[in-house]
Design a protein around this ligand. Sequence first.
Ligand code: 4AD
Ligand code: MG
Length: 479
Amino acid sequence: MKMTPYSVKSLLATTPLLQEVVVNGWVKTFRSNRFIALNDGSTLENIQCVVDFEQFDEALLKQIATGAALRVSGTLVESQGKGQKVEILVKEIFVHGTADPETYPIQPKKHSLEFLREKAHLRVRTNTFAAVMRVRSALAFAIHKYFREQGFYYMHAPIITGSDAEGAGEMFRVTTLDARNPPLTDTGEVNYREDFFGKETNLTVSGQLEAEAFAMGLGKVYTFGPTFRAENSNTSRHLAEFWMIEPEMAFYDLDANMDLAEDFIKYVLTYVLEHCGTDLEFLEQRLLQEEKSRPQAERSAMPLREKLQFIVDNQFKRVTYTEAIDILKNSKPNKKKKFQYPIEEWGTDLQSEHERYLVEKHFQCPVILFDYPAKIKAFYMRLNEDQKTVRAMDILFPGIGEIVGGSQREERLDVLRQKIAVLGIDEKELWWYLELRKFGTAVHSGFGLGFERLVLFATGMGNIRDVIPFPRTPQNAEF
Ligand code: 4AD
Ligand code: MG
């Protein structure tokens, strides 16, 4: 009878002893021609498979090297050795595929994250990346669970779009025109009427505008999809392709929006604390090891899980932009000219050094900054009575900076049209967005959470390239 294979996770957790079992996986290590540590990705831990080498062909044993894929059958028994509760006394081994130790790059030793980025197709076989990717998967699940429990509907915003939601002009063009010989208009410009969609189109930077349309019919919706930005920022916090979660709620004002964002983040972090214990513990240890080589001042004050619990247990501090500017202006680093971008006057945009000062030094907890100057924020944000600020909010996290950007939306047709005119945006491009304000308009709000920044925070990793399977950054779209 053919037996159904077990996962390593179920073998370690729930399978009764003295059963005949089958398991598939990859060899982590093979010691003393006797002990195979087998891993199948279901959990961080390996199952130890004990081989009586006298019973096997030498030729077969030679094929068992780090990275090889095996199917192992045998009896599950209590382990004789230390380090694991159970092990398999091996009766049969089938080699799915070998891995030549001379050329297989993922050997059982410490590899640098930079080296592993060059091997992105293999790096998920390391403990670190497998742990990060399992946490990423759990976070994605928790996000859907949260919104479903809160009565939201999941909607899919289009990837190809004709509008620039953020108005920042950092978009990737989508075209089928021949770049070497595009059709031209009478005035010598590229004639997009002859392009696939009959107009200029790009990859979306945000699903917000379409989510707004849906919120005005379904009430509470969210998108969770890939977004694209052609900003040339080669930082450890930016990707050209990243995933964004964007809830949009009819009849929510900015306060309700901030309440939701805070509750949402706490919920998903609680979820991974409860469901990813083994992986978080591993990542925490990894971080502690790594930090030993750093100067004291750069080490984080709390171990990873404690840091996540701290976020869950404490209220985010809510501060207006104006208050934040006062704090920054009078801060030590500003007076001592330590900021790369000194804070001189109200109205300047905050850089990540300022955000991190507020969160890490001044408040020492997550901060929600709100009521930003209209000039530095997108056109769709609701104008305040003062005519100078808008109902924007950014959530700032320790070690990350901005993790959420959101706002109450401008629901008044006349005000929105004025803002569009001032910014020089063509009304024709946004005709349908403006109609949402003509027919049954209402107060509404939403925000965008950068998924990779959340994964970065939850795993304690230092570079956003290491928390997405195959990162896209300037000059890099390998794999
Ligand atoms: O602040 P942003 O630009 O806001 C929006 O796009 C709004 N339309 C969201 C909304 O209200 N529905 O982006 C939202 C978040 C940022 O706070 C950040 O976490 C993340 O997206 N983000 C990036 N993450 C990785 N790489 C990049 N290049 C990112 N740009 C923004
Ligand atoms: Mg933003």
